[in-house]
Design a binder for this molecule. Sequence first.
Ligand code: ADP
Length: 536
Amino acid sequence: MRGRMMQTPLLISSLIEHAGRVYGTQEIVSRTVEGPIHRYTWLDARNRSIQLAQALGAHGITAGDRIGTLGWNTYRHLELYYGISGMGAVCHTLNPRLHPTELVYIVNHAEDRILFVDLTFVPLAEAVADKLPGVERYVVLTDSENMPETALSNAIAYEDFIAGSDGDYEWPVLDEGDAAALCYTSGTTGHPKGALYTHRSTVLHAFGVAMPDVFNMRPSTCVLPIVPLFHACSWGIAYSAPLAGAKIVFPGPRYDPEALTDLMTAESVNYCAGVPSVFIPLVQYWRDHGNKPPSLAMAVMGGTAPPPSLCAALEEDFGIEFRHAWGMTEMSPLGTVNTLMPEHRALPLEQRRIFQTKQGRPPFGVEVRIVDDDGNRLPHDGIVFGELQVRGPWVIQSYFKDDESRLTEDGWFPTGDVATIDSQCYIHITDRSKDLIKSGGEWISSIDVENTAMGHDDIVMAAVIGIPDERWDERPILIAVAAPDSNPTKESVLEHLAGTLAKWQLPDEVYFVDELPMGATGKVQKTKLREQYAAE
Ligand code: ADP
């Protein structure tokens, strides 16, 4: 027997409509690329998204067309999220930190018809424009006053692009399974691959993200997404904020600790989210200047495993609740969050800190399991590790323009991460499967060694890679960045590691460098390190 309830499609346009109607006066504040702070409301955002949708229609954009964005976290980029997807086209966020040749590949593969480009990225777009024959028009995210001279063909300022629209427009009622947004993974092997989200997956993910034990979004939330709108849809924050009525504060192009701190303080930000490499200098800045933003109460960190020392600094020195999260572009991207239960809060501090290195539990909507090399399920005992597989309504099935299903025969997505799962379903990522080091038949977790190394007072960043070894197959080496004005030695680092690691897990070499090669999404590029150090 069929139920008798409405079949209302879950659409991205309904998120912004809801925010405009219910939280119409709640603010969105942006540091603009032009400089000044811009401030308006969810109702304004809704109205201007409508204007944008209308303008796209007038340009001949139809359902399913891909529209690229090269933008910082600002209100205009937010409008692109809603105007593009809301009218039925696909909002394709591009990561400007990628190598230009990779960008060219991605824009052409996606067949983007229009590129929306922030002022900062106009030179980047100009440099590659002749290799992008399919792009019909460039819209620079500014007004005519700030519009630069540009070699881009058919360029127009965003404010002029939307100015002709009168707002007399109804969002189309789309199929919730239609494509809404597109994000390419950085593709450590082969070409980048596109994760093509649906309206349904995006709205369900927004519900999941807003939950109390996840990002805890509500009208009293004032969130500063440090994670860019161009990285995995800012972890869903731009969709869950209108759903929950949160205030958003966008940092624009400025990610330096001073700019972030000033903005957080001025706007009473109480929650922020980003990758560890942004928080490390931020925490140092607060220490040096004694100016942690007073309202900041919670920080979600993910993308890569944060060192326990960072978690300790946030919680003990600054009273900020630390939530460790894990996910991937293929999962919209949220997979798990480590929110402590009362029994974990009651643990002795040292044990609690160890517990917080776990990546957490899945919210409703994500299921997790681990399997061995033959695909057999492994126990959730917190000890045995295997490949982590996931499933759920916001997990990918196949990549854009690639009909091959990426799922196992029984319908799970293999993440390529290796993990344990404990009896309460907290996962602990041991490694990316390709980063695990196999030495003398035993596995060494590069993340464990890195985390321990970063517990050394004089080490701020560390990466561990395996290099080929005749006798042991592979042996770990450590490449570290020393804290300013410090002079750690190989011996002191090894001595520190020996405090908690077994002898065979200790790196054979410790190299000190000024900086580690970072990829476009804030992760250490271990492939580069392997190339460089394999020969040493
Ligand atoms: P890309 O695939 O483009 O590098 P993603 O953001 O999709 O970028 O990366 C997903 C991968 O990042 C995960 O599969 C995992 O290996 C790693 N990752 C994400 N969050 C964490 C975390 N908290 N701890 C350890 N690894 C993480």
